[in-house]
Design a protein. Structure first.
Length: 277
């Protein structure tokens, strides 16, 4: 395991793709505080560092889908995995070494985003509005989220048969998760009641519209399912962490842990049975 990890880490730190991911996440950490600072100056309204500090969560899934799929896909296209097995390495060890490499990459990318965001945001936006006991769970959440993505994409990449199919499926999965989260959150944000309002008709008469139920509001079991999917799926977690909108961050940590365990266990089982010829 140590030799495989050393070789993987060496290849990762030499990878232009890895450094492109680091630079992109650093740009996220720089860009959002600058945007908020300009908005604060223009509108003369105070904005705090909290509002942008976790925005990296919204991007890490796509970044890792590209990195993991191409980084691990290269092992198939170059025949590296087959050579490792011929050299006597166990498939489980190979899988875990690749997994730990992707997890480290995700943690470093998120870490760079947070550190850069802190360095840029503090001088521009000042301190945090929330206390550290509120911020700390979200810091843990973004790292666990990156680990969940770093477990999901190796599961796909190590189960694929080529670098191209690995990249396509991983990147497509990342965007499907984003679109699904967007749809689910839009449905959950529908108001239960349309408020009453006063308007003027074409003749100039004042018309009062009474409050009425929203037919698009989701109720009952369907709403509970949507709420569960919003918390459980990485796409929903990404937006909730980025916006600091969840009231139960520790539940997101639990769900990320379940995803990591499930994808890793299933991935190892599939890879152990996979025909590499």
């Amino acid at each position: 395991m140590n030799k495989l990890l050393t070789a993987n880490f060496f290849r990762m730190f030499k990878s232009k793709l890895f450094w492109a991911g680091i630079l992109f996440m650093a740009a996220v950490g720089i860009g959002f505080p600058l945007v908020n600072y300009n908005a604060m100056i223009k509108n003369d309204y105070p904005l705090y560092l909290d509002s942008t500090f976790f925005m990296g969560a919204a991007f890490i899934g796509v970044v890792l889908s590209i990195f993991c799929s191409l980084f691990l896909g290269t092992e198939y296209s170059d025949g590296t995995i087959r050579n490792k097995i011929i050299a006597g390495q166990k498939r489980t060890v190979i899988y875990l070494a690749n997994l730990f490499t992707c997890i480290l990459a995700g943690i470093l990318m998120c870490g760079v985003c947070l550190v850069v965001g802190l360095c840029v945001g503090l001088p521009l936006l000042g301190s945090f509005q929330n206390e550290w006991n509120v911020l700390l769970p979200f810091i843990l959440c973004i790292f666990f989220l990156s680990m969940a993505f770093s477990s999901l994409f190796p599961f796909i990449a190590m189960s694929s048969k080529s670098k191209a199919s690995s990249a396509v499926i991983c990147i497509l999965t990342a965007f499907i998760l984003i679109f699904a989260a967007t749809y689910i959150q839009a449905q959950l944000s529908e108001p239960e009641i349309y408020d009453s309002y006063i308007d003027m008709d074409e003749t100039g008469n004042i018309v009062t519209e009474e409050a009425e139920p929203n037919p698009n509001y989701i109720r009952g079991t369907k709403r509970e399912i949507y709420k569960f999917l919003n918390d459980f799926l990485p796409g929903g977690q990404s937006f909730q962490i980025a916006q600091m909108s969840t009231k139960h961050p520790y539940l997101l940590l639990l769900y990320s842990g379940i995803l990591i365990t499930a994808t890793t266990g299933t991935g190892i089982l599939i890879f152990r049975q996979k025909d590499l010829n």
